[in-house]
Design a protein around this ligand. Structure first.
Ligand SMILES: NC(=O)c1ccc[n+]([C@@H]2O[C@H](COP(=O)([O-])OP(=O)(O)OC[C@H]3O[C@@H](n4cnc5c(N)ncnc54)[C@H](O)[C@@H]3O)[C@@H](O)[C@H]2O)c1
Length: 372
């Protein structure tokens, strides 16, 4: 099959759909890969690395959309891209359609086949193509938080890892899922004192098995959150209730209890945030202060480390793409219910229930849609 990789055009998006290593795999399977000129440049992959493994370089995005049977991207198609998508073309990328009416309508009109990374499942009902970005954001949360604790960033002037004879800082992680676990990997590695709060006893048990006595597990319905928040030098927000807005675990009143110059990194900001005073910020201007507490609430944290994020994303997306290209979408999707769960819009039909419901649109089950 012909697989096309356009340059991402959403502002501040520097990831790319395929790494040279992924292209190499696809070419070795007999596929043709076309990459837009300099599409990987900001992620540290230049044209030569792609041509060395057999890719062709196209000058413009329209060359790619005109030629490829499968388009591989990172971010949801932007308006100019939607206008270039052709009938029967397969689009494999993050879509987040429930929050994007115009995009959904555009994809319906295009009669293309759209597979969303974020709704592909695994056998445990988790979202394996979303998890790598939570892992990146979780690890980055402690790095960003540690930086914000520096005096120049209006922080407490505290080194999270301490110094010989000087204790490190206290990190309180709200939510012990993928973000929380990865935040804990970095925070414990930095020698900080780490509390992880989760509502699930079973999940806390797993975390204790992983980290031993390097973390202090805290079950959310049994703790004094006011006290814990007041002790935090760095508070990381990583709770998630799937499909819903994040619960506001930390109220405005609790912020007043925090130490001057302490830091909140609210990773859950893309679901509204789990701190009442959080509002979305950007990599260009990532922080603001409320009641002497530094808030870092960047909604697309993985975009700040496009090289690592592209590599992590490809580890998860490539195995599905290889199946898609080798077998064709009908066979690949009908043989794998987890991959089928990724089908959101198929030749004019909405095939993902939650998206159809949000827009009051007719829903066609994906297994029925692909029989057409
Ligand atoms: N800002 C970014 O760039 C970025 C990047 C990736 C992920 N995220 C967001 O980070 C958040 C966390 O993602 P994740 O992949 O770790 O989710 P996850 O489902 O793996 O983990 C969420 C955890 O929160 C816990 N939880 C839910 N409600 C709770 C409550 N009331 N009290 C205590 N614990 C509670 C759950 O038990 C679960 O362990 C999501 O909102 C996700 O969208 C943001």
């Amino acid at each position: 099959m012909k697989i096309g990789v356009p340059k991402e055009i959403k502002p501040q998006e520097n990831r790319i759909g395929l790494t040279p290593e992924s292209v190499k795999t696809l070419v070795s399977e007999g596929h043709e890969v076309i990459v837009e000129n300099d599409a990987g440049f900001e992620a540290g992959f230049d044209n030569e690395q792609y041509t060395n493994v057999g890719a062709k370089i196209a000058n413009t995005a329209s060359d790619i959309f005109n030629d490829a049977e499968i388009i591989v991207k990172v971010k949801e198609p932007q308006k100019v891209e939607v206008d270039m998508i052709r009938e029967n073309q397969i689009v494999y990328t993050y879509l987040h359609l429930a929050a994007a009416k115009e995009l959904t309508e555009g994809l319906i009109k295009s009669k293309s086949i759209n597979i969303a990374y974020e709704t592909v499942t695994d056998d445990n009902g988790r979202l394996p193509l979303l998890a790598p970005m939570s892992a990146v954001a979780g690890r980055m949360s402690v790095q960003a938080g540690a930086h914000c604790l520096e005096k120049n960033q209006k922080g407490r002037g505290l080194l999270l890892g301490g110094a010989p004879g000087v204790d490190g800082g206290t990190v309180v992680i709200l939510g012990g899922g993928v973000v929380g676990e990865n935040a804990a990997i970095i925070a414990t590695g930095m020698q900080a004192k780490v509390h992880i709060v989760d509502k699930s006893e079973a999940r806390l048990k797993q975390l204790v098995e992983m980290f031993g006595d390097k973390i202090i597990p805290e079950q959310s319905d049994k703790i004094d959150l006011n006290k814990l928040v007041s002790e935090a030098d760095l508070l990381v927000g990583g709770v998630l209730i799937p499909g819903a807005e994040a619960p506001k675990l930390v109220t405005r009143e609790m912020i007043k209890l925090m130490k001057r110059g302490s830091v909140i990194v609210d990773v859950a900001i893309d679901q509204g945030g789990c701190v009442e005073t959080s509002k979305p910020t950007t990599h260009g201007d990532p922080t603001y202060i409320v009641d002497d507490v530094v808030h870092y609430c960047v909604a697309n944290m993985p975009g700040g480390v496009p090289r690592t994020s592209t590599l992590a994303l490809n580890n998860a997306t490539l195995p599905f793409l290889v199946k898609l290209a080798n077998k064709g979408y009908k066979k690949a999707l009908s043989e794998d219910k987890n991959f089928l769960a990724g089908l959101n819009v198929h030749k004019g039909d909405i095939t993902y229930k939650a998206v159809a419901e949000v827009f009051g649109h007719n829903y066609v089950a994906p297994e029925e849609a692909i029989k057409k």
